[in-house]
Design a protein around this ligand. Structure first.
Ligand SMILES: CC(C)(COP(=O)(O)OP(=O)(O)OC[C@H]1O[C@@H](n2cnc3c(N)ncnc32)[C@H](O)[C@@H]1OP(=O)(O)O)[C@@H](O)C(=O)NCCC(=O)NCCS
Length: 323
């Protein structure tokens, strides 16, 4: 028995409204040129006023189910990675479950900010390997526009809204690194770094918060920790950097993406990049990039894919999977 959690469907959804960098020039002391050169971001999508995280998640989920040729009730569990759920409770995942008309199984959220999708993939993989679920719908969905301080030019130009989803299904492999599916995971966190990236409010503190970030400090940790977690996960899978077909990184900043690839000794033509079109969509960024990468014809069956992400906590990690 060499059970593997294999991706059998993928999809994404982006809100209609596209906001180019130039739109911030009217209200902030910033320029399109500054945002492009410091972050690689050219535009991002923002959810409509009445559009919530679970709305975005449901649309991405429907696209993933369609891609897999499945109905909602064919799925045993839903895991949503988000830090911007519609309500304090119930979970965004149970809201998606209801919106999909799914009447069985179980659903819950995972919160690890920008590393959320990596944590959700790891959780779904564990559910499948332990036999608790055969098929899991894994979603990353965010409306970070709702936690922006629109007067803080150092943060509000960097984030966007969106959702991506995939279906993970248990299949028998041979127990070798040539198997399709998730081959290895590496997760880390270090709560001592809380002050580098956080929201300064929440239910228990009875305040409404906004995202706060010491960008240059986060940057310093990001390249080093991302390259390290990717290398650790690859080693755990019995693979090397030279085996990698695609790095699908968290899309926060093109300079972090390039720095991590360089540290790993990989050319940028092995990296899926969507940050220019989406900005940083936190837990949604990796499934969005996987879905766009597949639709561009970059990621193909049999390819070795490494996803890696870091965010508030700090929390970071990587997943190695064969598509
Ligand atoms: C935020 C980030 C783009 C800033 O780039 P940077 O090169 O580190 O720039 P600094 O923060 O050192 O700021 C440099 C100057 O630009 C200014 N600045 C910040 N935002 C600006 C903006 N939107 N437009 C123009 N100037 C801006 C700063 O005020 C600062 O000015 P000062 O030197 O007069 O104080 C960069 O640090 C970054 O991307 N960090 C990682 C953040 C991230 O991805 N976090 C999410 C991880 S999940």
């Amino acid at each position: 028995m060499n059970r593997r959690a294999v991706v059998t469907g993928i999809g994404h959804y982006l809100p209609e409204r596209v906001v180019p960098n130039s739109e911030f020039e009217a209200t902030l002391d910033t320029t399109d040129e500054w945002i492009r050169s410091r972050s690689g971001i050219e535009r991002r999508h923002f959810a409509a006023e009445n559009e919530t995280t679970s709305d975005l998640a449901t649309k991405a989920a429907l696209a993933a189910l369609k891609d897999a040729g499945l109905e909602a009730d064919d799925v045993d569990a839903i895991v949503v990675a988000t830090s911007t759920a519609d309500l304090t409770f119930p979970s965004a995942a149970t809201m998606v479950q209801a919106s999909l008309g799914m009447t069985r199984g179980f659903a819950f959220d995972v919160q690890a900010v920008c590393a959320g999708f990596v944590y959700a993939l790891s959780t779904a993989n564990a559910l499948i390997l332990s036999g608790q679920a055969s098929r899991v719908l894994v979603i990353g969905a965010e409306t970070f526009s709702r936690i922006m301080d629109w007067t803080d030019r150092s943060t509000c130009v960097l984030f966007g809204d969106g959702a991506g989803a995939l279906i993970l299904e248990g299949q028998e492999g041979k127990g070798t690194p040539q198997d399709r599916g998730i081959l290895a995971v590496d997760l880390n966190s270090d709560g001592r770094y809380k002050d580098l990236l956080y929201v300064d409010g929440g239910v228990s503190t009875q305040t409404t918060g906004y995202l706060r970030m010491q960008g240059n400090q986060v940057f310093r940790h990001a390249v080093e920790k991302l390259a390290q977690t990717a290398d650790t996960a690859l080693a755990r899978a019995g693979l090397e950097t030279s085996d990698v077909d695609w790095i699908v990184p968290h899309q926060a900043n093109i300079r972090i993406i390039k720095g991590t690839a360089k540290k790993m000794g990989l050319d940028m033509d092995k990296v899926v990049v969507t940050v220019q079109d989406h900005g940083n969509t936190s837990a949604a960024s990796i499934p969005l990039a996987l879905s766009v990468g597949k639709s561009r014809g970059q990621i193909k069956p049999g390819d070795l894919v490494v996803t890696e992400a870091i965010g508030g906590g700090l929390a970071w990690g990587a997943v190695v999977l064969r598509w």
